[in-house]
Ligand binder design. Structure first.
Ligand code: 5AD
Length: 354
């Protein structure tokens, strides 16, 4: 699909034509990754962050955040619970926290892989040095998530004032070593960032294909009180709405561009529309859900944005057993919970890279 076509779809408002987009994305999803919905248990291991990203409720300058860092024992316990509940993947996420040292993290990964050899471990720990990323991969980490947030270099520089200056968005540079090291690679963007243009969002989506991403995370920008972007929407020209409809369009297009990628119906989508967000996402291109399995007493402090869905949701909501809330919701749309690690199909990956 050409850039102009991606942009035209993003700007499409005719419900009849949009039905055709949803149907096409759903068909491609079914053909390439099937009806299984893979679960990733999200463990938010630290909410400390050295950065100052203008949109994020965990930015270093944010007042009123109770900061925490989980111990290795707490992480192992949470992962053990996930395994008991039938999860094939855990995602360890944190702010950019230098107290998460190379050696400490490598020990946590080794312990996880020793105790639970069948568990896939995804890291989402911000912008780290290639040598530590390599060390963690050697310790057994399988996947890495780092959203580039926007491909527009000016918008990127504006919303990331504490990041190294680079002609390209710094996080795009960071993705290259991750790929070379051998991680399954995930990235993505926010939809409706103040100052984002239609053409840059179209370019973001084209990049998903160019980068041959294994995983793509897409969610609406949600204004967070106390951050510099809290009241910016509307103040400068903001053609791209930060709403569910625009996010569904971006999600469907991401599926068309990267047919065999793992694409979650994100928490941010579930936050804007708690009733339908995730399920509609799954019917418009997504094939993954990431339930929050952070210990309940810490979860309320991981306040990237307000009203984060599933703060009160328990991991066994998404249990693999038949009576769980999620299994029943999925059954209604003809889907099942995936078994195993749910990695990107290795054959597709080989073919697209060689
Ligand atoms: N609204 C929506 N998503 C956000 N993120 C950070 N802040 C916000 C916000 N205010 C997303 C970013 C980040 C991911 C962990 O959460 O895309 O990469």
């Amino acid at each position: 699909m050409k850039l102009a076509d991606i942009q035209a779809w993003l700007m499409e408002t005719d419900p009849v034509r949009l039905e055709a987009l949803w149907a096409q994305a759903d068909q491609v999803r079914r053909d390439y990754v099937g009806d299984a919905v893979h679960l990733r248990g999200l463990i938010e291991i630290s909410n400390y962050c050295i950065h100052a990203c203008l949109y994020c409720g965990l930015r270093s300058a944010q007042l009123g955040v109770t900061r925490y860092r989980m111990s290795a024992e707490e992480i192992l316990l949470a992962a053990g619970d996930a395994v008991k509940l039938g999860y094939g993947t855990v995602v360890l996420q944190a702010g950019d926290d230098p107290a998460i040292t190379t050696a400490w993290m490598a020990d946590v990964i080794t312990a996880l892989k020793t105790s639970y050899p069948d568990l896939a471990v995804t890291l989402s720990l911000g912008e780290r040095e290639p040598k530590e990323l390599e060390c963690w991969h050697r310790a057994g980490a399988d996947r890495y998530l780092l959203r580039f947030e926007t491909s527009d270099p000016f918008l990127y520089a504006y919303i990331h004032p504490s990041h190294p200056k680079h002609p390209r968005p710094h996080r795009l540079e960071q993705l290259l070593p991750l790929r070379d090291i051998g991680y399954e690679l995930g990235s993505g963007v926010m939809v409706g960032i103040p100052g984002q243009s239609w053409s840059s969002l179209a370019r973001d989506i084209a990049l998903f294909k160019e980068l041959d991403l294994d995983m793509i995370g897409l969610g609406p920008f949600i204004a967070t009180p106390g951050t510099p972007l809290a009241n910016k929407r509307g103040a400068i020209s903001d053609p791209v709405p930060n709403d569910t409809l625009t996010t569904y369009k971006a999600l469907a297009l991401a599926r068309l561009m990267r047919p065999d990628a793992n694409i979650p119906a994100t928490t941010a989508l579930g936050t804007l529309d708690p009733q339908h967000g995730r399920l509609l996402g799954l019917q418009r291109g997504a094939n993954v859900v990431m339930p929050n399995i952070t210990p309940a007493h810490l979860r309320e402090n991981y306040t990237i944005y307000p009203g984060k869905a599933n703060v009160s949701e328990t991991a066994d909501y998404a249990l693999t057993r038949k009576s769980s809330g999620l299994t029943q919701q999925l059954a209604k749309i003809g889907r099942t919970i995936g078994q195993g690690q749910g990695s990107r199909n290795a054959y597709c990956r080989y073919r697209s890279r060689n």
